[in-house]
Design a protein around this ligand. Structure first.
Ligand code: NI
Length: 177
């Protein structure tokens, strides 16, 4: 089921999310919600989605870069990844700039510095511990989604607003100088 996406200005986007008790992963309701998050991300051609972007203040995020999006973005594909209670436990010193957009800030793109790689601990949707190291675009997605769960959006991470562009103008004129 496709869920309604909360946009910037809705308080849920700015609120920190609650941990999901591992026992709750046994409930059909929570499992359905994780499926609905995946459906919603795919419907709107996102590469990631956090639970509070669909009005649930829970610590869950999904990420996926499908083959078609991977070709357009010239970045490796990422299989569907469902993260429960994700936490960044290690990060590179090195920061890299990259363009980001967000389903909760529709129509815009901005340049955001992020750690080049991160190590994330989380639970899988069945409650198994996950420990993954991601780099480049996948690391960027994970940082963007973990920020959401703290009530932060990418605009908060930009060095300044000068690079903020409407996507249509960005595609027409290229990245702002
Ligand atoms: Ni976002």
């Amino acid at each position: 089921m496709i869920l309604k996406v909360a946009r910037l200005g809705h308080p849920v986007v700015r609120a920190a999310c609650d941990l999901i008790p591992p026992a709750a992963l046994k409930s059909r309701e929570v499992q359905k919600f994780l499926d609905d998050m995946t459906d919603t991300m795919r419907e709107y051609q996102g590469v990631g989605l956090a639970a509070n972007q669909v009005h649930e203040g829970l610590r869950a995020a999904v990420a996926e870069v499908r083959e078609d999006a991977s070709a357009v973005r010239k970045t490796p594909a990422v299989p569907l990844t469902v993260l429960v209670n994700p936490e960044i436990v290690e990060r590179s010193e090195e920061l890299v700039d990259g363009w980001e957009g967000c389903l909760s800030v529709p129509g815009f793109r901005g340049l955001v510095p992020r750690h080049r790689w991160v190590r994330v601990k989380a639970l899988s949707r069945t409650g198994e511990p996950l420990d993954l190291r991601a780099e480049d675009f996948f690391a960027r997605i994970l940082q963007h989604e973990c920020d959401h769960l703290e009530g932060k959006v990418y605009l908060d991470r930009m060095a300044g607003l000068r690079t903020l562009s409407f996507t249509e103008e960005f595609d027409r004129f290229g990245p702002p100088k």
